[in-house]
Write a protein that binds this ligand. Sequence first.
Ligand SMILES: Cc1cc2nc3c(=O)[nH]c(=O)nc-3n(C[C@H](O)[C@H](O)[C@H](O)COP(=O)(O)OP(=O)(O)OC[C@H]3O[C@@H](n4cnc5c(N)ncnc54)[C@H](O)[C@@H]3O)c2cc1C
Length: 389
Amino acid sequence: MDIVIIGGGVIGTSLAYWLADKSKLAVTLLEANANFAQNGTASFASAGLLTPAAAIGTNPAITRLIKRGFDLYPELAARLKKDHPELAGSGYFELDQLRVATTEAEAAELSERQHWYVEAGLATDARWLSPREVAEVEPLTGPNFGAIHHKGGLLRPPWLTRTLARAAAAKGVTIKAGNPVASLITGNGKVTGIRLQDGEIIQSEKVVLAAGAWSGVWLEQQLERLNITTPGLKWSQKVKPVRGQLLAVLPPPGTPPLRHILAGAGGYGYPRADGSIAFGATEEHEAGFEVAITPDGYSKLFSLMQSLAPSLLQAPVSENWSGLRPGSRDGLPLMGELPQLPGLWLATGHFRSGIVMAPSSAELLSEALISGSEESKARLKAYNDATQV
Ligand SMILES: Cc1cc2nc3c(=O)[nH]c(=O)nc-3n(C[C@H](O)[C@H](O)[C@H](O)COP(=O)(O)OP(=O)(O)OC[C@H]3O[C@@H](n4cnc5c(N)ncnc54)[C@H](O)[C@@H]3O)c2cc1C
């Protein structure tokens, strides 16, 4: 096998699809669960908002990935739909975003941000709406001090993930699901393959770890067993689970539809195909690997609804769910070959923006994995450096 990918979330499936699309390499994608995007994974729970706003206050390496990912989606979504009319597709559609200011101070900060969006090329259409204009375009919005309006998109992450897995298989990727990767196999200081939990061995000189929130703990165990030390934080701290809870309410008949992604300081609301409106998401750094709905999570989501769309507070809750993001320092993904263990590549730590960054991450990584050129490795440098911090 030329390349083995551990983890079939949106990051692993995107990479498998890209590699199969751009090369003739023999690729195997390994997923622990029987189903792709199973309950509790990030790619199951994710809201699926595609917004350049995710780049706020972050470093240029993140901004680049978000912008490129955002730009790649329309074509990717159309291609998946055209090539695989039998599959659910990604559920992608364009949906503008309103980032609402709920205090005067926030309005001042956001209007500066609107200029930055335009100057950084993240959302060149970004414009400022007055409170009256906000009420006109989005009657569900609560009292506010204005909002930034710009283009955005929305998709269904579990659909996207499963469609990418099937589309990758149709292009020749071997898929094995329902059997976790137990360990790495090495020889002469390099990766030579992996061992599955049921004992099966798959040989490969390139193994990509895309195991989401589970990547850090898993890698720490492997490196300890192999007596390999790396600089910086422990791996269980470099990539760790950050739980997010969401809930959806069913607006009563006669409620105006939500026509935008509605974002505020504490989260966002977005419309769903079944007519419900979802609000999310909590950001819980101390919940470990427990996938749960908690009273505290509920209360945070209700406060968010109160500030973004107070008229929905009496609407019945129709669904709630949670999942584990692969948290990383400042949200910078860790990507590239681990210098201390040649052959082991990382594709993890996409934190809160892994859906929008999935195609751009797959593009960058597949260039480096296929060509191995210095140029392609240089483009990965910022993400590779993050593995050493
Ligand atoms: C509540 C919430 C809301 C979000 N909203 C957005 C959003 O609106 N926009 C956005 O861009 N991003 C959003 N994100 C972030 C985004 O969903 C994640 O960054 C992205 O899904 C991460 O994908 P992943 O493939 O790294 O991880 P995952 O989807 O968690 O996939 C990792 C996979 O690896 C598998 N695995 C683990 N260990 C092993 C093993 N030993 N062997 C084999 N397989 C293994 C797991 O079973 C899992 O399927 C959100 C996340 C959450 C949780």
